[in-house]
Design a protein around this ligand. Sequence first.
Ligand code: SF4
Length: 62
Amino acid sequence: MRLIIEAQICIGCGLCEQICPHVFQLTDEMVAVVRQSTIAVHDVAAVDDAATACPVQAIRWE
Ligand code: SF4
C-alpha cells in the first residue's frame, strides 16, 4: 500500500509531523509530504495515529 497525503486538503497544521517525524514533513509551503517511499513496519502504527489525528482526513493508505 502507498501512503497518500492529499495536498489540496492539507491545512498545514503540522500534527502528522509531530506524531511521526520519520515519515511526515511540513514543507515551506506549509503542506505535509511523505518523506520516504517505503514505510517501515515499526512506523505503521504512528502513521495510522497521524491519519486519525489529521483534522481534515488528508492522510490515507491507497
Ligand atoms: S495532520 Fe493533516 S492537515 Fe495537518 S499537516 Fe498533516 S496532513 Fe496536513
